[in-house]
Design a protein around this ligand. Structure first.
Ligand code: ATP
Length: 352
């Protein structure tokens, strides 16, 4: 995998407040890489450093083998798409997209061809003559994309580009972004705080927390093999169960759940005395036999469409269990005593 962009030791403070703490990151050529994290964790600041809108206090930015740390934004072969589409209202769609090419003094015929291609790419060639003010939110964001892509950037930076759109348009635009990415092969670095969006769009996800990278991995890796408690809780939902290992030999382990004191047999060995099990709600199963697995009482039931979510109160802890609906009527009710059964396969474990 070729690296197109590398960040090394990036630190940044605003006044006395440190925002980024020595971030190292390699972006692969042609991938969609998402920077995912809660509000304020520094993802936009990192993106702005790549774009040249902020200067890091320490660290280097290298793009296609060239150190661009001190290169101003307009001289960098990157373009950025913002959350709010900053189109020129008095210009037509065509002129908005052509704007950057005119500044670069690209020839008239080339501009005509490239703008048409870019508008076709985002599926809006018929709107070329429209004023920018006469567009819907989704259309405006497509034009912003066309305007950025027409410059053929080495890396396209996207800062929460879909968050101002309503849910339906957003899902639609996610598919559009995947298609545009496939057709252009451009490297995307995509900032979002929405884990569903990061997972569905990206080849790799960078999970950030308080100015540091907690994990970099494919969506499946960060979901199934989260490196930290923070990642497991931020990417999807996870039950975290602290356990004390009582015995571990052969193909299994006997553990005690710290919070409830209940014992549990696992299909895996656990080398350390203390561990935290990370169990996704959809991996747990309810049993009507209260003595199978961990015993508890259903305290809440929520129908989520493709599945039903149960809250099961154990002595001192609540587990979330998701079961597929599958057309069968609900057999459980609030107040029922149930067993919560772990999967037959090894579960993901974090050792402290
Ligand atoms: P969000 O999703 O809310 O945009 P983020 O992870 O992108 O969050 P940043 O925008 O990078 O976070 O901001 C990180 C922190 O830096 C925040 O606390 C923010 O208030 C602060 N910050 C950002 N830009 C500046 C600035 N120019 N001056 C001072 N503080 C800033």
């Amino acid at each position: 995998m070729n690296t197109v962009l590398s960040l090394t030791g990036i630190s940044k403070s605003f006044g006395k407040i440190p925002i980024l703490h020595g971030v190292d990151l390699e972006v692969h050529d042609g991938e969609i890489l998402s920077l995912l994290g809660p509000s304020g964790c520094g993802k936009t600041t990192l993106l702005r450093i790549i774009g040249g809108f902020e200067r890091p206090d320490r660290g280097r930015v290298v793009l296609a083998g060239k150190d661009i740390t001190d290169v101003p934004p307009h001289r960098r072969p990157v373009n950025i798409v913002f959350q709010r589409y900053l189109l020129f209202p008095h210009l037509s769609v065509f002129d908005n997209v052509a704007f950057g090419l005119r500044i670069d003094k690209v020839g008239k015929q080339d501009i005509e061809r490239r703008v048409r291609e870019a508008l076709e790419l985002v599926g809006l060639e018929e709107l070329a003559d429209r004023r920018a003010t006469q567009l819907s939110g989704g259309q405006s964001q497509r034009i912003s994309l066309a305007r950025a892509l027409v410059k053929r950037p080495k890396v396209l930076l996207l800062d929460e580009p879909l968050s101002a759109l309503d849910q339906k348009v957003r899902i639609n635009m996610q598919a559009e972004l995947r298609r545009i990415h496939r057709e252009t092969g451009t490297t995307f670095v995509y900032v979002t705080h929405d884990q569903q969006e990061a997972m569905s769009l990206s080849n790799r996800v960078v999970v950030m927390n308080a100015g540091r990278i907690e994990q970099i991995g494919t969506p499946a890796e960060v979901y199934h093999r989260s490196a930290t408690k923070f990642v497991s809780g931020f990417v999807g939902d996870a039950n975290l169960m602290a356990v004390e290992v009582l015995d571990s030999a052969g193909d299994g382990a006997e553990v005690k759940v710290v919070e409830t004191g209940q014992r549990l047999r696992l299909r895996q060995t656990l080398p350390q005395r203390n561990a935290t099990l990370v169990v996704r709600p959809e991996l747990l199963r309810l049993s009507t036999a209260a003595d199978e697995g961990l015993s508890g009482t259903i305290s809440d039931i929520a129908f989520l469409g493709s599945c039903v979510q149960f809250h099961v109160d154990l002595d001192g802890m609540t587990l979330r269990v998701q079961e597929p609906v599958g057309g069968t009527p609900l057999t459980h009710d609030v107040g029922d005593s149930v067993g919560v059964v772990l999967p037959d396969h090894p579960v993901h474990v974090l050792t402290d």
